[in-house]
Structure formats: C-alpha cells, structure tokens
Ligand binder design. Structure first.
Ligand code: ATP
Ligand code: MG
Length: 390
C-alpha cells in the first residue's frame, strides 16, 4: 500500500511549541485535503497520509502547505523480513536503473537483523534477480531507502522538497494591504511562510475604480488560498476620502496623505479583526512614497508593527516569486488602482511630517475614516470555489 510521509520543517527545533505546531499543521492539511478521502496520522516526528486517491494530486496540494519540509511517497509493508524483501524486490523491478544502493534505517532496534547486514542481504537479492545492474555505494542511480519501524516499514526512493516555513496560523494573524499589483501578493505569501495567517484589506474608489479591479483583487486572494484554505478580504470604500484629498491637498502631498489615511484605516481594521500587525508590499526606493523619508512620514500615523516582506528585494526578485507562486498573470492585468487614478505628476520624494499634518487639517478625515471602517464589505474567499469575472 502506498502512503505519504510528511517530514516537518523548522518546527522540529521549537521544542516547547511542538504540539501546537503539529496540531495547526494537522488542521491545515486536513482543510487543504477536505475534498479527498484521506486518513491522516500525526506523530511527534512526522505525519502519515493514507489515501486511495490520486497520490500525485495530493502531493501537489501538500507541496504548498507551509511547515512541511519534505514529502515522501512510500510503500508501507508489515515489519517482517520476508515481506520487506519481497516488496523491495518487486519495487526494484519496476524501476529502470543500472547502479543502486540499499540504505536501511532501523527506528525499531528490536528488529532481528542489523541495518548493515540487512542492506547487504537485500542488495544481494536484488542483484541476483535483476540482470545488468551493479551496486554503487557512492553515487547510485537508484537509492532505495527502507525505514524499519515497530509495526510497519516504509520503502521509498524519492523525497520531494516542500515549502518549509511555519504552519500558517502559528504566529497569529496579520492584515495584508492588498492592491492589485505585483508586490503585495508576494508580501502576503512571504508572511504566510513565517506562519502568519492573513486577513486582507483592499481600498477601492468606485466609480473611479471598476468592478473588474475589485474582482482582480478577489482573484489574487483566491490564488493565495493555495497556501491557506480560506482568507477573509475587507473591501473599504475610499472614494470620499480620495475626493476630499483631491479637493483639499497640495498635489505634491496627495499620495503621502492618501497613504497616511490608508494606514489609519488599516490600523483600525487590524484591531477589529484581532490581527497583530500590518503587512504590505512596500519596497525601499521603488516609488516616491517608498523612500525612507516617505515611509517614515506615512508610518507616523500608527504604532502597530508594519511588516514589509519585500522591502529589500529587487523588483525582478519580486517578479520571480510572483511567477512561482502563481499570482503574476493576475497582477499584470491592466485594471486601475485607486493610487493611480489621481496620481499627481510630481509627488514629493522627501515629505515633511509637519507639513503633512498641517495639510490634513483641511478636512474632517476622522469621521470619513470611521465611516469607511464601519461600512467595509467583508468577504470570505475559499479555495477553488469561486469564479471571478475579469
Ligand atoms: P503593489 O505592486 O503591491 O501594488 P506598488 O509597487 O504598486 O505595490 P504602491 O501602489 O505604492 O506600490 O503601494 C504600496 C503598498 O501599499 C502595496 O504593496 C500595498 O501593500 C499597499 N496598497 C497600495 N494600494 C492599495 C490598495 N488599493 N488597497 C490596499 N493596499 C494598497
Ligand atoms: Mg500598487
């Protein structure tokens, strides 16, 4: 019988939290595989998944689950010499190779033959039964692993590298400021990799931004559900605030003030949704609002932690990740963002905090912010069950 072995990632080093980590990982795997008939067995040092379903499909889903270091598809047999030998030989016959090596590990020390002796015995059996092959202990084409445990043993040869990281949720929840661009979905992915469960916030400015732009963001969230089965999106109407900025603020400071408003709203939504930090796709120096001076003047409206996972990556590095995680094609669709519709020609590169504060006094933003937070739309997006018209 085929079985999937899951080896844990970094969590093995976190001794005290081990139980919590394993339980969260177990639940994440269960949710990710809820359309499949599987039996998941968790132990201290790995998980076993038994399934009658398409193994490759299941492995493909598991590859995207953080907290899994590697995945092995193994043949499970009873721990008894005869049965191990017969199965090992049968498996070797199905594989094409000219050199091989058998490597045995004995987790069960009561097994009657020592690992070295047993691998020699098994090597000899394979040599005798398959023509034109040789043993090569240094660089074998086919390395057969056999893991001997108390009741069952596992025979396998390929170990697939998975995503690593921490299970999503272990670190608590963070609010991702998600635009339709390339950077913020990547920032969200990297945050999830460190165990942060995402909640997302998107600012729209209808009728200046279209329903297509909003659907694009929903689609991006759906693409991120590959890494966490369900993610909540908060859609905030930003029109009134943006129009007030357009009417009242000096054009060079429009973006600075707009982003300060975004940070204020995000901080309130963060607190309303039990998130512990903000996450965004800012990258140092990328645009005028992302110089260190701009970032400092914008960040000044909040004292919650702001995590910027792509802050020190080049655009090309961000694009690489975005292609790899499957958000790039959606990100480059041409719909307008609320940041671009009122874009001034010459935004300030080194804004001054006191000036920003003085400009903001020209309209009553507090009430507009409270209204935007209160009237936000909350949408839960689940993996694979929605279509978006874009
Ligand atoms: P991205 O590629 O993620 O759109 P960007 O390079 O276009 O980023 P900006 O438009 O300056 O950069 O935005 C910087 C960050 O601010 C974004 O990565 C995102 O986290 C957040 N942000 C910008 N616009 C929005 C929006 N409409 N809704 C939510 N967050 C936004
Ligand atoms: Mg953008």
């Amino acid at each position: 019988m085929k079985i999937i072995l899951i080896k844990y990632g970094e969590l093995t080093t976190k001794k005290d939290n081990r139980k919590v980590f394993i339980n969260i990982l177990y639940n994440n795997i269960k949710k990710a595989l809820n359309n499949y008939k599987v039996k998941i067995i968790k132990t201290r040092d790995r998980m076993y998944i038994e399934t009658e379903e398409n193994i490759e499909e299941v492995v493909d889903i598991l590859k995207n689950i953080f907290g899994i270091h590697s995945i092995v598809v193994a043949t499970k047999v009873n721990t008894n010499i005869d049965e191990i030998e017969q199965n090992a030989l049968k498996i070797a016959k199905e594989i094409n190779f000219s050199t091989f090596k058998v490597e045995i590990t004995r987790a069960d020390k009561s097994f009657p033959i020592h690992s070295m002796d047993f691998s020699r015995k098994l090597g000899a059996l394979i040599l005798k039964n398959i023509p034109n092959i040789k043993v090569d202990v240094h660089n074998p084409e086919y390395l057969m692993h056999i893991e001997i445990r108390k009741d069952y043993s596992y025979i396998y040869h390929q170990e697939v590298k998975a995503s690593g990281g921490y299970p999503v949720g272990v670190a608590g929840k963070g609010l991702l400021m998600l635009s339709g661009g390339i950077d913020s979905p990547v920032a969200g992915y990297l945050a999830m990799k460190r165990g942060i469960k995402l909640e997302c916030i998107y600012f729209e400015s209808p009728p200046h931004t279209s329903i297509m732009a909003k659907n694009k963001v929903k689609k991006l969230v759906e693409e991120l559900t590959k890494y966490d089965s369900s993610i909540t999106l908060n859609v905030v109407k930003f029109t009134e605030i943006q129009e007030a900025i357009y009417k009242n603020i000096d054009p060079t400071y429009m973006i600075t003030i707009m982003r300060r408003m975004m940070y204020r709203i995000s901080t309130k939504v963060m607190e309303n949704t039990s998130c512990l930090c903000l996450i965004n796709g800012e990258s140092v120096g990328q645009v005028a609002s992302q110089t260190l001076t701009s970032m400092s003047v914008i960040n000044n409206v909040t004292n919650v932690p702001v995590i910027r996972p792509v802050a020190c990556l080049d655009k090309l590095e961000i694009i690489d990740i975005s292609r790899k995680i499957g958000t790039y094609e959606t990100s480059i669709l041409p719909y307008e963002d609320c940041c671009t519709i009122f874009l001034p020609k010459h935004p300030v590169i080194n804004p001054n905090l006191n000036k920003a504060i003085a400009y903001e006094k020209s309209f009553d933003y507090e009430s507009l912010i409270d209204k935007a937070v209160k009237e936000r739309e909350i949408i839960e997006i689940k993996r694979n069950n929605q279509k978006f018209d874009i």
